[in-house]
Every structure is written in structure tokens, then in C-alpha cells.
Design a protein around this ligand. Structure first.
Ligand code: ZN
Length: 505
């Protein structure tokens, strides 16, 4: 028997989900279609939507429904959709109501002010124009942390918004272990002066030809034109409005086809996750991906584990030769494979290769922790950044724009977000070990351009659960493990050795 309160809870959550999807639609439109002059009107709409949503999310009625349902849920199957729905609805509700309206409004305002200050500071490459906004963000993060109790470290509260259940105490030793493994690996394989991807994707390639090429690739891996779109944007992203409506974007650089190629594979991984959630969870809070780390494990699995593998290169090369006549004739599979795995210590995170990438995240994590712990002063952030770049990459930072100001995250007050990129990389390697065991011919299939078995494994083991399982539960049920560093490092070393970029140990 289903209590009447559950029907009512589902109705209210469906409306909240619809409002969130409208927000997603506005975000997608703003970044793909909206004329620049629409920005002011769009800000009004976004504000109204946000206030409407906040009122729904914090409605006392929602709290009363949850109070009434929790005793019932305690006697039901803890894995059932309904019990998990009540659990996550309670979690979301508490996160919303514990933050006073005044503070929530202050945080929203500081985000707008901070992003504006960051944009100007980046253009001028001058950190001093951003430091007040960053100081305000740190102050407000502490006020936000103060709304919650029961955490061992203040950073846990920030982390929990992006990676539910993961703690600073777990993350700190993992990131230290990863840093110890990566610094010498980068030193042994890296060359800051070589071109990215060994220069093999250098054009010029016409945008039309690139779009046709990535659509053909998407068609091979599992893009469904009845339910998906692909549009250009300044920063590639994936945004679904429902499992049946998935929007991908990419960026075309005429002088580097790898930008579109690998961003499309990355965003496809995000899109496939959102498209493959159990349809029974649609229009509930459970239809969302469970965390940014799990989301990123899916994008990086397609971009790096699959997309930079030798079998995928063997599959891709004939496509490339057909799509861009003459441009890839001199390459063979091994040279393509080697090229897409070259290691190039560099200053900019979003341009980093797979081997150096996580060092960029470790740097940000260490600075964020120090800022939250109060051991790093706001005025000392650029020096701390530059010191870390010298320590981790052996590079000198020539300007704030290429250093501390390069990412938008801190501009908007997002602290605790960066670690999820590395969590995704670690998780992807752990999942891949399981995939190889469960689908022993997965590499042969990939080389043959058959991605169906891989998609199905991901759907059954990861995607369909949506937000039902915590990241720890999800990973534990699939691999029997907690999050670990070692599989990623083993995977990376093996690949660099196989590609001839690292002498065998
Ligand atoms: Zn991503």
C-alpha cells in the first residue's frame, strides 16, 4: 500500500524537477542561441525562476510530508525507489532550509559580483581586482558551513554539495598519494615544448567538416538524433532536460580538430549517463546523476580510457582519413595512439593532457583547503599558486591570467568543486577494471566500432540508478572497493609504456 503522502510528495517533487529543467533550458539557450542583447531580460527570468524554486524547495508542507513518510519508509525495503526518494528529498530539504534566506540571497549576490570581478580581473590579468570578491566568497563559505553540524572538517560541508558522503579526511591522503605518483611520472615523460597531441590534429579544418566528423563519431558511439542535439558553444558542456532530451555542445577550432573530437567524446559520456537513467525515475529527484565525481567518471571514461586507447585509435584512424582527405595519411595507429597520450606540462588546466591533468586539481585542492583552514591569506594566493606550479610542473607562471585567475569556479564562489574532476578520473579506472572482467572482449569490440556492450554495462551498473545510490555505495556495489588511487596510476603507467612514452619499470 502506498501512503497518500507519497503521491503528494511525488507530485511536489515533479514540479520542482520541472522548474529545475526550465532553468537548465535557460542555461542551454543562453549559451547556444540567445542574442547578446537578451542578457538583461534573461537575468530577470532566472531570478524569478530561482525564487519560485527556492520557495518550493523550502515549503513547510514539504517538511510535513517528509515527517509523515519517514516512519513508513523505515519499515520498507531500503533499496526501493520510494524509500530512496524520501531519503534524498529529506537531504535536499535540509540543505535548503538550514541556510537562512538572507544568507542565501547574499551568496547569490556575491556570485554575480564575484563573476563580474573575475571577468574584469582576468581581462586585465590582475589578481588585485579579484581579491575582495574572493575574500567575500571565503567569508560566505564559512557562514554557509556554519549552517550545518556533524562534520569533522569545515571543507566536508562544501565537498558534500558536489560529492555526497566524501570527506576531507579521505581525500587528503588520496590526493597526496596521487601527487607522489604523478610528479615523477610527469618529470619522466613530459616535454613542455612539444605541441599538444604531437600536432597531429593541426588543421586548418573547416568547421562544417569538423561538425560532420564529430556527428559521424557520435553516431558510432551511441548518439540518438531523436533525443539528442549538438550545438556550438564557447565552453563545451552537456545539459539534459530529461532522459529523452539531451543537449551536447562543442567548440570548433579550425587549427586543432582535437578540441572538438575529445570534447565531444567527453560530453557524450555525460549525456549518455543522463539519457540512461531508469525511465521510472524521470520527473523525480532521483533522475539526477548522484555526484559530479560519478558524472565525471563517465565523461572521462569515454574521453580518455576509451578515446585515448590503442583500439579506439585503430577504429578512429580510418574515419579520420575518410573525413579529412589527405590530412591523416602519414599516421599509423601507433603514432596516433602515441600522439593523443603525449605529456606536456602546461599552465592551463583545461588544456592539460591526461597525465598532468590531476596535478592541476591537486594544486587547487591544496589552496582551497588552506583558504578554508585559514592558513593561507587572500593576498598570498597568487604566490602560493605560482609556488605550487613550480613545485608540481617545474614551470614559471608569467601572469595571473595564466595562473590563479584562469578558472571561473572561484569567481562564482565554487569551493569544493575541483576535486570532483580527479575523483572522476580515479573512479573511471576502477570501473574499467570491472568492465574488462565483465566484458572480456571489450577492446576487440571497440576496435570494431561496436560500443553497444560497453553502453549496456554502463547503463545497468551505473546510469540506471540515477541518484538512488551514494557514490560510495555505487562504486562499492560494482567494484567491491572504496575510491582508490592505485588503479588509475597503474592504468596510466601501462598506457604510457605501451605508447612508448615511458621506459618500462
Ligand atoms: Zn565533464
Amino acid at each position: 500500500m502506498t501512503p497518500a503522502e507519497l503521491t503528494e510528495l511525488r507530485r511536489q517533487l515533479a514540479e520542482i524537477t520541472d522548474l529545475q529543467a526550465l532553468g537548465a533550458l535557460m542555461f542551454w539557450d543562453q549559451n547556444t542561441m540567445m542574442p547578446p542583447g537578451g542578457a538583461a531580460a534573461r537575468a530577470d527570468m532566472a531570478d524569478t525562476l530561482q525564487r519560485t524554486l527556492h520557495a518550493r524547495e523550502t515549503a513547510p508542507e514539504l517538511g510535513r510530508l517528509l515527517d509523515a513518510l519517514e516512519p513508513w519508509a523505515a519499515g520498507e525495503d531500503p533499496d526501493s525507489d520510494d524509500v530512496r526518494l524520501v531519503h534524498w528529498a529529506r537531504r535536499d530539504f535540509e540543505k535548503s532550509v538550514r541556510v537562512p534566506a538572507d544568507l542565501a540571497a547574499e551568496i547569490t549576490r556575491a556570485k554575480a559580483v564575484g563573476l563580474q570581478a573575475w571577468t574584469e580581473a582576468l581581462a586585465a590579468s590582475d589578481y588585485s581586482r579579484f581579491r575582495d570578491a574572493l575574500a567575500r566568497h571565503v567569508e560566505l563559505r564559512h557562514a554557509y558551513i556554519g549552517c550545518f553540524e556533524g562534520h569533522a572538517h569545515p571543507y566536508d560541508v562544501l565537498l558534500d554539495d558536489f560529492e555526497p558522503g566524501l570527506t576531507t579526511a579521505e581525500l587528503r591522503p588520496m590526493f597526496a598519494e596521487l601527487r607522489e605518483a604523478l610528479v615523477p611520472l610527469v618529470a619522466a615523460t613530459g616535454d613542455p615544448d612539444q605541441p599538444r597531441n604531437d600536432g597531429v590534429f593541426g588543421g586548418p579544418f573547416a568547421v562544417d567538416a569538423q561538425r560532420a566528423a564529430v556527428l559521424e563519431l557520435l553516431d558510432s558511439v551511441g548518439y540518438d538524433p531523436d533525443h539528442w542535439r549538438l550545438d556550438p558553444s564557447v565552453h563545451p558542456f552537456a545539459q539534459s532536460l530529461a532522459p529523452t532530451d539531451v543537449r551536447l555542445t562543442t567548440k570548433y577550432d579550425e587549427s586543432d580538430y582535437a578540441v572538438a573530437l575529445y570534447s565531444v567524446l567527453h560530453e557524450f559520456g555525460h549525456g549518455l549517463y543522463e539519457a540512461s537513467v531508469d525511465p521510472a525515475l524521470a520527473r523525480t529527484t532521483l533522475a539526477e546523476p548522484v555526484s559530479l565525481g560519478v558524472h565525471e567518471s563517465q565523461s572521462r571514461l569515454w574521453e580518455n580510457v576509451v578515446g585515448r586507447s590503442r583500439p579506439f585509435c585503430a577504429f578512429l584512424l580510418p574515419q579520420l582519413r575518410r573525413q579529412f582527405p589527405g590530412a591523416f595519411d602519414a599516421l599509423d595507429t601507433t603514432s596516433l595512439y602515441r600522439a593523443v597520450n603525449t605529456v606536456q606540462p602546461s599552465l592551463i588546466r583545461i588544456e592539460a593532457d591526461e597525465t598532468t591533468y590531476n596535478l592541476h586539481i591537486i594544486l587547487r585542492f591544496e589552496l582551497e583547503l588552506a583558504l578554508i583552514e585559514g592558513t593561507l591569506e587572500i593576498d598570498d594566493v597568487p604566490d602560493a599558486w605560482n609556488d605550487a606550479v613550480a613545485r608540481l610542473f617545474g614551470l614559471e607562471v608569467p601572469s595571473d591570467a595564466e595562473g590563479v585567475l584562469q578558472d571561473t569556479h572561484w569567481g562564482g564562489g565554487l569551493i569544493g568543486y575541483f576535486p570532483t574532476y580527479t575523483i572522476g578520473n580515479l573512479m573511471a579506472s576502477q570501473l574499467w577494471e570491472r568492465i574488462e572482467a565483465d566484458v572480456p572482449d571489450v577492446w576487440e569490440r571497440i576496435e570494431a566500432g561496436d560500443f553497444a556492450a560497453l553502453r549496456e554495462w554502463l547503463r545497468v551498473n551505473i546510469h540506471r540508478h540515477g541518484r538512488k545510490l551514494y557514490p560510495r555505495e555505487l562504486l562499492g556495489r560494482v567494484t567491491g572497493e572504496e575510491l582508490r588511487v592505485e588503479p588509475f596510476v597503474t592504468y596510466l603507467r601501462a598506457k604510457l609504456e605501451d605508447a612508448g612514452l615511458l621506459a618500462p619499470a
